[in-house]
Design a protein around this ligand. Sequence first.
Ligand SMILES: Nc1ncnc2c1ncn2[C@@H]1O[C@H](COP(=O)(O)OP(=O)(O)OP(=O)(O)O)[C@@H](O)[C@H]1O
Ligand SMILES: [Mg+2]
Length: 194
Amino acid sequence: MSLSRAGCCQMPERSRADFCRVTGSSTESGLRLACEPRPRRKARASLYWVSGMTRRIITDSAEETIAFGRQLAAELSPPLIVLLRGALGAGKTTLVKGIAEGFQAASAADVTSPTFTLVHEYRAPRALLYHIDLYRIDTERELETLGLDDLLAPDSILLIEWGEKFPHLQGNRNLEITLERVGESGRSIQLITR
Ligand SMILES: Nc1ncnc2c1ncn2[C@@H]1O[C@H](COP(=O)(O)OP(=O)(O)OP(=O)(O)O)[C@@H](O)[C@H]1O
Ligand SMILES: [Mg+2]
């Protein structure tokens, strides 16, 4: 396991709640239920309801995706299994950069892809973040050797790329985030709570 730690980082002005914050049902899963009036927007990204348990945002740059990750972090409480879905280069790791910053666990620059190291750990004041990339893991047996079960603790949040390859991870997820390309540098980010 590769450990990566970094000090606190300040949340920039623009990353504060610019979006209507509406989150899923289960307080047990760590997702708070909150629908606040849409405040004045500063970022260009927009957020809107698709259905009761789903929301979607469009970002126009990697920086906007990171900013959204910072905001999302404020709504996430451990323990949590988050599946990050999307094609190669969709922006999964980029979103994790923002989430890690939002948790004051690492700076965006310090968050790198765990494609080869498989698991990166980031220690935050209110959670332990595990960024996991299962792209190169093909069998349940290989997955077992990673010992993900051991990482599941009351204070941990597992952010898993390519986790949908494994049905039991899919079944146990609390939140699924799907990123898709929209044009050159746009990304659709859809969140579905279990
Ligand atoms: N709106 C955007 N949101 C996120 N990333 C963007 C956006 N526009 C451009 N990019 C770029 O797309 C790339 C996304 O790469 P990233 O590593 O985050 O993808 P990934 O989904 O984790 O891929 P992989 O499956 O290979 O791990 C980065 O180079 C990022 O700068
Ligand atoms: Mg990645």
